[in-house]
Each structure stands twice: as C-alpha cells, then as structure tokens.
Design a protein around this ligand. Structure first.
Ligand code: BT5
Length: 326
C-alpha cells in the first residue's frame, strides 16, 4: 500500500476517518493502516488517534517529502518522479548522475539542505536546512547544444512569474541567471548540459530560492547582496506551495519553448528584466567590459552598446551594476 493512500484519505477531511473506513477504502488490513499511520508520524505528520472514532490529520511536516509534493501538484511531467534528501551535497550533482543512468525527463531532486550547493564557475550556493527551495530537474529537449543557454532564460521567466503570482512581490530578472527583489538576489539558476556534437543528451536545471532564509546566519558577504521572501512578506512562506507553483510554471514554459514559442518567452523576459536599459559592467572570465545593456538576443546573449558606439555581444559573464530599486 502506498503511504500516499492513507495520507490522501486523511487529507480529504478535517474530521476523523475510522480505521475501518480506511481499511475498506484502501482494501488492506487495519494493522496495515496502523503501520502506515506510524510511518507518517515518523516523517513528522501529527496524526491524532481516538479509540473507536478514528484518525485525524492535525499537522503536516514542513518538509518537501515526495508524498507532500505529489499531493496538489498540477503537472504531467515535471516532479512526477521525486528524489528526496534531507541532506545532500548538491541536487544538481545527483540529478546529473541520475540522468546519466537514464532517469526520465522531469525527474526532480529536492533537498532540505545542501552541503555543497553549487553556483556557476565553482562558486558556492548557501543552502541552509528547511529555509529555501533547493531543487534540480532533468530535461531532455530535442534541440541542438547551442540552444541550451535558453533553458536558463526560460526557467528565469517561469520562476519569476510563479513567485510574482504567489507573493505579489516585484521579482525581476538579472541577466543571465538571477532573480532579484529590490535589487538583491532571491534566486539563482544553474543549468548544466551533457551533449554530443549534434544533440543534447540532457540538461540539469538547478534552482535555489531563498524562501525563509535567516539572513543573519548567512556569511556577511552574501548577506550584503542576498534577500529572502520572508523578509519582504514579513512572515514565513510555504515552501511546498511555492514549489508547486514553480514546477507548474516551469512545465508550462518548457512546453512553450519546445513548441517554438521562445521569442514570446523572451519578450516576457525583457519585460521582467532588471538589466536591460541600464549602464552595466560585465565581469567575464578575465576581463571587464562596460556598456549599455541594449538587448537580449535569441541565443541568450546580452548585447552591449559600448561608449564608442560599437556593439559587443556577451555570451557569459556576471553583471555588476547598481540595479534600480524596483
Ligand atoms: C547561481 O550561481 O546563482 C546559481 C545557483 C544555483 C543554486 C541551485 S540550488 C539547487 C541546485 N543545486 C546546486 O548545487 N545548485 C543549484 P552564481 O550566479 O554563480 O551565483 C553564486 C553567488 O551567489 C555566490 O558566489 C554568492 O555570492 C551568491 N550566493 C550564494 N548563496 C546565495 C543565496 N542563498 N542567496 C543569494 N545569493 C547567494
């Protein structure tokens, strides 16, 4: 019997459900029901048991357990397979290994805490326990490798829209992979690719969202540039609800992209951009360039207009500028 089955029945009502009813509905013995109740309790569900009356769900754990993610998730592919860790080095690393072993498109790896959360170029991503959404998923787009950088832009639009709708906060996108709130980083996206010359084998898209981050407990140099949703909502936010909305939007935008609607997604990206229309400095591997951020191109690169009027196309780099307080 699936754990979700007992949980689903308890979730249907605020009232008691008798052991007899549960065993009838699920077609298992009352002992089996009891075992499942115990196992749910061990995972942090508070379930009241009243002799001769039945069971009642009092509280769900604030954990991103697969059964919790499955309940109320409105997707057909993304997050239908969930691999859950209370602690892991990096969800991107796990997703990459699973993808290499043939895991299905849409497989989601989620962790309460990462010990070696990764940013780009070997940088670290701070991922304290239970304070954010740290997840990665596998995509297998039928596209050529040069199109892969688009995944980051597509994911940025999807997550920005999910967070904007759910919180009402003015989340903006900073090229290429950050979401900002009032000029500070609230989300980072890391897309990694495994490909051959003519095809993408898989992409792993990793997303870190600061939901209920204790900003005082993170390193001061990150605190200076980071923020978290709870700091703006003045109360903790539900990670589960946000994860559901993000996965739903990610699936929606991924499908649009696959159907050839990337130009429309890019138009939304431009609309949400905190980078375009600003004088920016871009730090590249061993160079720095300054110019006016004029446009994001279909290949995901950023077009800069330099002081001498010439155009410079930036494929990868970090934008350093004082973003407007939006
Ligand atoms: C990123 O890199 O922004 C991509 C971050 C992706 C994280 C997710 S979490 C799930 C999945 N599993 C992983 O291992 N990674 C992905 P980058 O643009 O290189 O930015 C990294 C920089 O952001 C760091 O050098 C810090 O300055 C800053 N930073 C680190 N942790 C932060 C946090 N929690 N909030 C805001 N800024 C942070």
């Amino acid at each position: 019997m699936k754990k979700k089955a007992v949980l689903t029945e308890l979730e249907r009502t605020d009232d008691y459900v008798s052991g007899e009813q549960l065993s009838e509905i699920l077609g298992v013995s009352r002992t089996a029901v009891w075992k499942q109740i115990q196992s749910l309790r061990e995972q942090g569900y508070e379930i009241e048991a009243q002799p001769r009356i039945g069971y009642r769900l009092l509280k769900r754990p604030d954990l991103l357990l697969p059964a919790e993610i499955a309940s109320g998730l409105n997707t057909t592919c993304l997050g239908q397979e969930v691999v859950y860790y209370s602690e892991v080095d990096s969800t991107n690393e796990i997703a990459r290994r699973l993808a290499q072993q043939g895991a299905a498109e849409g497989t989601l790896v989620v962790a309460e805490r990462q010990t070696k959360g990764k940013g780009r170029l070997g940088r670290a991503w701070v991922s304290p326990e239970g304070e954010g959404l740290w997840f990665s998923f596998i995509l297998r787009p039928k596209m050529l490798p040069p199109e892969a950088p688009r995944a980051t832009l597509v994911a940025a639009v999807a997550v920005a829209q999910a967070l904007r709708r759910e919180t009402g906060l003015n989340i903006r996108i900073k090229w290429p992979n950050d979401l900002l709130l009032e000029g500070k980083k609230i989300t980072g996206i890391l897309t990694e690719m495994n490909s051959e010359i003519g095809r993408i084998n898989f992409l792993v898209v990793g997303i870190g969202i600061n939901v209920n981050l204790n900003l005082h407990s993170i390193p001061p140099e990150i605190n200076a540039t980071a923020t978290s949703l709870n700091a703006h909502l003045k109360q903790p936010a539900s990670r589960l609800v946000l994860l559901h909305r993000c996965l739903e939007e990610l699936e929606k935008y991924y499908e649009l992209w696959q159907k050839g609607a990337f130009p429309e997604i890019l138009a939304e990206w431009r609309h949400l951009s905190a980078t375009l229309g600003n004088q920016v400095q871009i730090k590249m591997l061993d160079d720095m360039i300054e110019g006016f951020a004029e446009e994001v191109e279909l290949d995901g690169s950023l077009r800069l207009r330099l002081a001498d009027g010439s155009v410079y196309q930036v494929i990868a780099g970090d934008v350093a500028f004082d973003p407007p307080k939006l």
